[in-house]
Design a protein around this ligand. Structure first.
Ligand SMILES: [Zn+2]
Length: 178
């Protein structure tokens, strides 16, 4: 859903600067990861071969389009300085944000209500004052409906992306998405 919100927002703004910032931001984060992994490998006396291969892989990936010395690393929380919520409102997805994105974000970020719902239960010992303990079963209230929702979102994402690319290629906007 976040990808769909961001894609629709980029298409709506149709601002070449924002497309560039989106790519630069993501590429910068990858460069930062590479630097951190390198630093970690350098700190080891005997780094495992798998880790060295990972650094080589990241190095090739980071430098694939633009040499890393020309890439900036941003430590801002977003590429655009616009929150996902504000983006959602701007593209008419406020309801989806409220009803789907917000609870999914809560679960992803381990907010208290999500922990309480999904991984904790009340201790049944009457002397313990109803404190919480880790849930001992694996059942969750997530149903098959969620799969439908994910497939719908994915379909929208692919459809809007292709439509955006076509629009860019036909010259309606000055921008070429992607
Ligand atoms: Zn207890």
């Amino acid at each position: 859903m976040e990808s769909l919100i961001v894609l629709r927002w980029l298409l709506k703004r149709d601002d070449p600067t924002m497309y560039s910032r989106f790519k630069d931001y993501g590429r910068g984060r990858l460069k930062l990861l590479k630097l951190h992994v390198e630093e970690y490998v350098d700190s080891l006396d005997d780094p495992p071969p798998g880790l060295q291969e990972y650094v080589a892989y990241l190095d090739a990936e980071v430098n694939r389009e633009v040499g890393e010395e020309w890439q900036n690393v941003s430590i801002e929380t977003t590429f655009s300085a616009v929150s996902a919520r504000d983006m959602a409102i701007e593209v008419g997805m406020e309801r989806e944000y409220r009803l789907q994105f917000a609870p999914a974000s809560s679960a992803t970020h381990g907010e208290w209500s999500s922990l309480d719902r999904y991984v904790l239960e009340r201790c049944q010992n009457p002397l313990h004052g109803g404190h919480r303990i880790p849930l001992r079963t694996l059942s969750t209230p997530i149903g098959a409906q969620l799969v439908d929702t994910i497939l719908d979102l994915t379909e929208d994402l692919v459809f809007d992306y292709i439509a955006g690319v076509r629009k860019g290629m036909s010259g309606e906007g000055d921008t070429q998405a992607a």
